[in-house]
Design a protein around this ligand. Sequence first.
Ligand SMILES: [Zn+2]
Ligand SMILES: [Zn+2]
Ligand SMILES: [Zn+2]
Length: 332
Amino acid sequence: MPPKADLNKAGYETSDFPSLCNVCLGPNPYIRMSKQPLGAECKVCTRPFTVFKWMPGQGSRYKKTEVCTVCAKAKNVCQTCLLDLQFGLPTQVRDTVLGIQSKAPSSDINREYHAQNLERAQEEGATGEFQFGKADSAGKELLKRLARNDPTYKRNRPHICSFYAKGACNRGDSCPYRHELPVENDLSRQNIKDRYHGSNDPVARKILSKHAGNSGLAPPADQEITSLFLTSLPATASEDSIRDALVSNAGIQAGKIKSVVLVSSSKVSFVNFTSRDAAEDAAAKCSVGLKVDGHEVKVQWGRSRPKKGGAAGGKAAPATTVSEREIETTGQ
Ligand SMILES: [Zn+2]
Ligand SMILES: [Zn+2]
Ligand SMILES: [Zn+2]
């Protein structure tokens, strides 16, 4: 093996210890690990890195590190499952709760360069882009509540037997793979890069949606409702600052926001989304708290639009205002 200095010169990661969560390590206090320097490409930055492989306990499969130590440290995640090391939560949940925006480039060209800069910064003692110490205590409390307090070793199980699914496995009980039918859903279509960067993570969405349901933001039955209603806005709030809070604070994709309508006189705002799915996603993300210009605001679902031919001039429901304003803006 060439000396470490040469590897560093080439911009490659070397590591003596992997950074792993307790679940991936398994219940056994004594683990034998195999180590393969430059064993694979990091699935985030694509640079070659030291791959560690181990058996986390009886009835488990061999597990290995998937991303390099530099990428893992930058987000404080496990090198294998990519969950936050402290809370065992997806980065998207953690970063939405703490209002942290991802700074990592997602384009291929800059990724390697970014990783090299991160590595240099970490060597010089920086804590990476993820600085947990700055998180407020309310955020930490919420993360503790969202975290599973009964970590199971389910994720260490062997993979599902592909022959069994086709009805063609003849190994029976001696088959090392799991004899279960695969479940095709959002959760089975995860990708490491998305989970690392905390975007479009189906597990995160599930956790946040559940929290939304418990905090009065369950999606209303009327499927036509695609707007959220914000109240208790600070006097400084503008349509731009609300949009900015939704995008950079709550992590909602800018393209999913159809319009933001601010009624300054009553410090309320309607946020209309491009689809019902986008609105549900936004409600889930806002359920952990939304700050506009540094002030916590209240988020509710919009109400049903009044039926056509109904009594005109009745009590003004929020939805009526939305449609009036929409006509106004499209007319410009
Ligand atoms: Zn990496
Ligand atoms: Zn892990
Ligand atoms: Zn089998």
